[in-house]
Each structure stands twice: as structure tokens, then as C-alpha cells.
Design a protein around this ligand. Structure first.
Ligand SMILES: Cc1cc2nc3c(=O)[nH]c(=O)nc-3n(C[C@H](O)[C@H](O)[C@H](O)COP(=O)(O)O)c2cc1C
Length: 323
């Protein structure tokens, strides 16, 4: 089973990716959260660092581009190719209002003529493999068959399908029939993404759709960092390996950022890692309230010492954990 780590803007930054890859195995590609080129045709310092090969060593990384402008996409793809990347991923899924209002991300699924012209241009002039990551519509799943008619015409190296509409954000169930429709008619390798939180979820998906070429895991892998490793028969998560991952991540953020910023980053990470414990709600509240290094480490110590770990990967949704 081929497993990809989904791009998660604000969480799977370069420090996270490096630390995860140095602690755990099983991830075949780490997708880098999007860079968003502008007419200035320069990457910001943050983007430069995010895609720097020197920062992304020890694992396979794939950069992602968020753009509706073919010239800017091609410029970014060429820059990334010059850095050594053999694949760039086009974001057709981001649901954020600030992105879709500019016609980018899943906003591109609203105007199919423009989408077609954009894809014509980029597939003609990009010197590197292009993979696509898409939702199945903007407001309605009925849009999918027309969208898929277009996407399936291009020589994408892979198409990653998150079978929800933009309207759904991350709510409701993924619409598996839309994925099945694509599988029936696809000549491109298809990757499934969406709500795979446990080993059973992943196995059920690949048993139901054996033509699936890879699974992309997002929140499930954030919440249980050995999900990919365990799927491939590797070691189960233990209190010690989880603590080691936490400590390495926290120390790396402390070396990189001011203390208060490191704490903010760790709170985001802990919102997910708390899923490794049974009923972690109270401990998580204390972690979230911690205003300094000491209080934070005390709360972490309490979580690791006093709470039972889950036997197998599980995911508490935002409602349960109140993220
Ligand atoms: C906080 C957050 C940030 C995300 N950032 C990106 C991104 O930069 N690019 C992208 O294509 N998808 C992004 N996504 C979507 C995920 O890659 C993934 O498609 C989504 O979480 C569904 O997969 P999951 O159910 O396995 O989590 C983001 C999702 C979340 C929750």
C-alpha cells in the first residue's frame, strides 16, 4: 500500500515533516502545503524555506502550487523543477473563502471553461510531472461528472480525489460513488483522500477499490503518527515513541521560533496527538491554557503519565475535542 501524507497548511511545515520522517516510517510522499505565486514571480522567504531541498531531506517531498494563472503556475513549476523536484501538485481543493473568492483552489471548479484553458496551458508548458488534488464540486456533487470529464483528459501523473464539495468543507461524509465513477473511467493513477482515520478505514477502502494507486492521509496521520507505519506492518506506537516525537518536535520549534510561537505550534499539534490517548479532553484543556514553557511541559507530563493510550489508531473529531 502506497501512503502519502496530505499537505496541511499551518501544521505539516518543514519542521513537522522532517521530525515525523525521522521518527516514523511508512510515508511514501510528504506533500508540502501550497505555495501561491503572484505576478512578482518570486517565492516569499517562508515559501523558499518550505520548498528548499536542503530542508526537505530524508524523505520524498512534493510541492503544491495554488494558482489560477497559467503563467504564474508555469513559472513556479519551473523554479521547483530547477530545485530538483520531479512532480508538482496543483491545488483544486482548498475550500477557504479567501482562496475561492479569488477563483483559486476549489474556486477553480466553478468555471470549467477557464479551468480547461488553464490546464491546456500548464500541461503544454510545464517541464515536470503535474499531479492534481481535487474536490468533486463547488456546491453540488452533481457537478462532478462534468469536472471529471475535463480532469481525466490531461496526462496528470496522479489525481488525488477528496470526494467532498467545497460547500462541505470537511463536514458530512465523503461521496465514495464519485471516486468510484472516476476509477471506472480513469487512465491516470488515482489516489483516494478523505476520512481515513484507522487501519480498518484504509483496508476497507483499498479492498473496495483495489485499483486505488495510493492513499493520502491527513488528519488521521496527524492524530496517530504511526498510522502509515502500522499499515505497512511496522512497529506500533508506544508511549515512549510518541513522547520522543513530541520532544523532538517541541525542541525543533524552540530552536526555530520564539518560545510563544513554539507553544502555539505545539498546541495545534497536540489538538491532534491527543487522539492517541483515551478521553484526553481534560488534559488537552490544560495544554491549551498553558501560557509558558513550564506550564506546557507540566501538562504534557501529566498527559503522558496519567492517561491511557488507545490500543489502535482512532480519531476524535473537532466536536469531540472542541478544536
Ligand atoms: C488545517 C488544514 C490545512 C490544510 N492545508 C491544505 C493544503 O495546504 N493543501 C491541500 O491541498 N489541502 C490542504 N488541506 C486538506 C488536506 O490535505 C486533506 O485533503 C483533508 O484534510 C482531507 O483529508 P483527511 O480526511 O485525511 O484529513 C488542509 C486541511 C486542513 C484540515
Amino acid at each position: 500500500m502506497t501512503i502519502y501524507f496530505a499537505p496541511l497548511e499551518g501544521v505539516t511545515d518543514v519542521i513537522y515533516r522532517r521530525t515525523h520522517a525521522s521518527c516514523f516510517s511508512g510515508v511514501d510522499k510528504y506533500f508540502i502545503p501550497f505555495v501561491s505565486p503572484t505576478h512578482h514571480l518570486v517565492f516569499t522567504p517562508k515559501e523558499k524555506r518550505a520548498v528548499s531541498p536542503a530542508e526537505n531531506t530524508g524523505f520524498n517531498a512534493v510541492p503544491q502550487i495554488l494558482s489560477k494563472n497559467a503563467e504564474q503556475f508555469i513559472w513556479a513549476a519551473k523554479e521547483l523543477h530547477a530545485l530538483g523536484y520531479q512532480e508538482v501538485n496543483l491545488n483544486l481543493g482548498c475550500p477557504s473563502g479567501t482562496v475561492t473568492s479569488k477563483g483559486k483552489g476549489s474556486g477553480m471548479l466553478r468555471d470549467l471553461d477557464t479551468l480547461r484553458s488553464f490546464l491546456d496551458e500548464i500541461f503544454m508548458h510545464t517541464p515536470v510531472n503535474i499531479s492534481l488534488k481535487t474536490r468533486i464540486g463547488f456546491s453540488d456533487i452533481a457537478e462532478w461528472s462534468q469536472i471529471w470529464d475535463i480532469l481525466s483528459q490531461y496526462p496528470a501523473s496522479e489525481v488525488i480525489i477528496h470526494p467532498r464539495t467545497r460547500q462541505q468543507f470537511y463536514k458530512g461524509s465523503p461521496f465514495h460513488d464519485a471516486y468510484a465513477h472516476a476509477l471506472q473511467t480513469s487512465s491516470q493513477p488515482l489516489v483516494y483522500n478523505g476520512d481515513l482515520f484507522t487501519i480498518d478505514d484504509c483496508r476497507a477502502l483499498t479492498e473496495r477499490y483495489p485499483q486505488t494507486s495510493a492513499l493520502m492521509l491527513g488528519r488521521g496521520l496527524l492524530s496517530y503518527p504511526t498510522l502509515a507505519q502500522e499499515l505497512k506492518g511496522g512497529a506500533k506506537l508506544t508511549r515512549e515513541t510518541l513522547r520522543d516525537f513530541h520532544d523532538r518536535l517541541y525542541n525543533a520549534y524552540l530552536q526555530n521560533d520564539p518560545k510563544n510561537v513554539a507553544l502555539i505550534r505545539m498546541r495545534v499539534v497536540m489538538n491532534h496527538l491527543a487522539c492517541c490517548f483515551t478521553e484526553p479532553g481534560k488534559a488537552l484543556k490544560t495544554i491549551r491554557k498553558a501560557q509558558n514553557d513550564n506550564a506546557y511541559l507540566q501538562a504534557i507530563q501529566q498527559l503522558f503519565e496519567e492517561y491511557d493510550m488507545c490500543e489502535t489508531p482512532r480519531y476524535y473529531g473537532p466536536d469531540e475535542l472542541n478544536f
